[in-house]
Ligand binder design. Structure first.
Ligand SMILES: NC(=O)C1=CN([C@@H]2O[C@H](COP(=O)(O)OP(=O)(O)OC[C@H]3O[C@@H](n4cnc5c(N)ncnc54)[C@H](O)[C@@H]3O)[C@@H](O)[C@H]2O)C=CC1
Ligand SMILES: O=C1[C@@H](O)[C@H](O)[C@@H](O)[C@H](O)[C@H]1O
Length: 336
């Protein structure tokens, strides 16, 4: 692979534009050469701003000989089609979460990549690149605290639009903790349960908000997760792991403390773009570096598949009120 990786981006909406800015202005060794969107005017506007070509469809981006690696940031239901096409073309593909909107499609991607015989797919679980999560994992892997026993998590958003429905608390929001827990603990989640607390009156009647989720891992670690997407005050992500000989907790993002007028104040971030901006930068810097080396290191197609099966179980649990088992296929061997 040459010094600069030529990237094609499919989907130039909110996060697509943010990743294009990142690839163009922040990450070394990358250049966005082609983009596409079903909203052709949007793609044309984005392309002209960076001197790239706007192509008629995502498949044209994948087929473009100038494109060495593909970024998929279109709507979730379109991801599987593009990821499968990129694998068929033998091109590296970074896909924003979810890898696909059904576990069956995720499995097809896992199988297609296995058939291709080398790792081509990376999924956009950016928390693995956050400095705080990485420091937590280093402590856990160091083993000084003994075995993890419990994990307490919180995922709060200021508010969500009316189109957000109750299943999205799992599929769109908790999916980040589902991946982070599997990665932090290095084991699979085996069951899910979702409790329905009293709902906030500050948002839409159709929405069960907050939700209280419970997961169990293969070794018996219990995980609780509050998802509250209309908390009003800020974007608040918390995680604490309780081990045999101590605990390790995700730090809050650093901010000054202002004391004045008889009070003390620290700001609270307002959205995921601020909270995980540095993690997204690191995610893309490492993806580009690994593409140049021809050896991907980030979240894999299997991670995308596992997350989909677990979110399916949790969605079923939300509706049934029961404990739902997670049934994963046998994990295939690591690809080079
Ligand atoms: N990692 C994270 O924290 C986040 C990940 N995401 C994920 O990123 C993806 C995109 O989300 P947003 O940018 O917020 O949505 P968005 O709606 O702002 O942008 C999506 C774009 O894809 C385009 N599009 C839809 N179907 C297409 C197709 N078949 N071919 C080409 N373009 C198509 C739309 O016209 C739109 O411009 C979603 O999968 C979402 O879950 C979004 C926000 C945060
Ligand atoms: O991925 C994300 C959004 O899609 C989701 O809607 C938010 O709840 C998450 O905090 C954000 O990270």
């Amino acid at each position: 692979m040459g010094v600069t990786v030529s990237v094609g981006v499919i989907g130039t909406g909110m996060i697509g534009q943010d990743h294009i800015r990142r690839l163009t202005e922040v990450v070394p060794g990358a250049s966005v050469v082609a983009v596409s969107d079903v909203d052709a005017a949007r793609a044309a506007g984005v392309a002209s701003g960076i001197g790239a070509r706007a192509l008629p469809s995502g498949h044209d981006v994948i087929a473009d000989p100038a494109v060495a690696a593909v970024v998929v940031t279109s709507w979730g239901p379109t991801h599987a089609e593009y990821v499968l096409a990129a694998i068929a073309a033998g091109k590296y593909v970074f896909c924003e979460k979810p890898l696909a909107t059904t576990a069956e499609d995720c499995l097809r991607i896992v199988e297609a990549e296995q058939a291709a015989g080398r790792r081509l797919v990376q999924v956009g679980f950016m928390r693995r690149y956050d400095a705080g999560y990485r420091a937590m994992k280093q402590v856990l892997d160091g083993g000084r605290l003994g075995h993890p026993l419990l994990v307490h998590c919180v995922h709060r958003n200021v508010t969500v639009p009316e189109s957000y429905h109750s299943d999205m608390a799992v599929q769109d929001t908790a999916v980040h903790e589902i991946d982070a827990i599997r990665w932090l603990l290095g084991e699979e989640i085996v069951s899910a349960q979702v409790l329905r607390p009293r709902v906030t009156s500050r948002r839409f009647e159709h929405l069960q908000d907050p939700q209280f989720m419970l997961f169990e891992t293969a070794s018996g670690v219990r995980v609780d997760l509050e998802v509250f997407v209309n908390c009003q005050f800020g974007y608040d992500i918390q995680c604490e792991t309780v081990c045999e000989a101590g605990t390790v907790r995700l730090p809050d993002p650093a901010d000054v403390i202002v004391k004045a007028a008889g009070g003390q104040r620290t700001g609270v971030l307002q959205d995921w773009k601020q909270r995980f901006g540095a993690a997204f930068d690191a995610e893309f810097a490492e993806w580009i570096a690994s593409v140049r080396e021809g050896r991907l290191t980030g979240p894999s197609a299997w991670d995308g598949y596992a997350a989909a099966v677990i979110t399916d179980a949790a969605t079923e649990a939300l509706h049934s009120g029961g404990v739902v088992s997670v049934r994963l296929k046998d994990r295939p061997g690591e690809l080079p």
